[in-house]
Design a protein around this ligand. Sequence first.
Ligand SMILES: Nc1ncnc2c1ncn2[C@@H]1O[C@H](COP(=O)(O)OP(=O)(O)O)[C@@H](O)[C@H]1O
Ligand SMILES: [Mg+2]
Length: 408
Amino acid sequence: MSVDLDKIRRSVGIIGESGSIQEMLATIGQVSNTNILVLITGDSGSGKEMVAKAIHKNSRRKFESLVTVNCAAIPSGIIESELFGHKKGSFTGASENRKGYFEAADKGTIFLDEIGELPTETQAKLLRVIEQGEFLRVGDTKTQKVDVRIVAATNKNLAEEVSKGNFRQDLYYRLKTVTVKVAPLRDHMSDIYLYIERFGLEFTAKNDIPFKGFSSEAIVVMKKHSWPGNIRELKNSVESMIVLNRGERITDTMVIKHLDLDEFNMNPNLPVFVSDDPDKMERELILKQLLFLRQDVNELKQIMVGRTPSVEEPIQPANPALYLPPPTPSEFVDYGGRTNIEDSSATVIQDDALGELTMDELEHEIIERTLEKFKGNRRKTAQSLNISERTLYRKINDYGIKKKYRDQ
Ligand SMILES: Nc1ncnc2c1ncn2[C@@H]1O[C@H](COP(=O)(O)OP(=O)(O)O)[C@@H](O)[C@H]1O
Ligand SMILES: [Mg+2]
């Protein structure tokens, strides 16, 4: 069965055209529709959680819960009761029977983030769930069965942790069989422009400010930063630069100031790829991003209309003070199951975010370009734009798009 990698992309908004992103998508495509245990490795902020969500959303379990557990955020003293639940009276303060995360994730997926932080005793219990599909609530003697797909992630080198005695070797071997490696941003810098445009557009649309983009010199400088915090750092930087320089186009000077870079090492004459016509390149990219957003919104609409959303938030632990939620997805394009978008098409892009272009002009342009891409094939064009052929035909007429596209 062939897997639609574009669908995987859109399901959680994965961006990137580089080899490493393509490879990552292909692996997600291979594993998502199975029950195989998956380990996701990569630096902090590189996109591991996004991969976990993509695996869940493209699996047969997509309408069930995805329970996210940040193993590093739960103190070792209570982690077992958090994961497996406890029986009333099993320890001081256990005044009720309580379900753990595994039970909450039954039939769905559990995402064990920062698994390298799990205490070794808990690792043994996890191995038992993996091998036998069963566990014991703390203080209980009767085992419980669960049907849970486990996805784990770490930014640690687990082999090293094994040799230091911090991680069980048997669990490590179980985990590493299928590994999705997420590359650090510095290894796919060719994608940086796409991220900047997308994060810039999302953020400005959400906050009702015009998006005037980044100058090509600014991008050159950004490509020279090593981005130790990866895509998360890039996203935060894009957003804060836009806020701090409200309304203005981002220049290299602003970037240098923001990233606290050494100006003398920022020689713009160093060879870095920039298109011969930056304005054209930028316009192309904005259009591409718009297309992407439009597809996302259409999918969201279908989700809203078509079915009851699945619960996808991690459940609260016994003590909420100990709970560290995962980063909230952007409100603007919320890929989670629960979204409150009344009229999403109206909020996607403000007209003034795109300078002189109106929504109609943009739509016209997008349709024409897509037709061009598919050499006038209306079926493929409609599919790619996620509209019906009839609507496409009507729009071709409305916009008076060239005759050659009308009759094919
Ligand atoms: N390939 C990508 N395309 C778009 N956004 C991404 C991509 N990878 C990461 N992000 C964004 O970067 C941020 C950090 O990603 P996350 O999955 O939380 O990283 P990690 O779990 O590795 O720390 C999130 O806001 C996420 O949406
Ligand atoms: Mg993370």
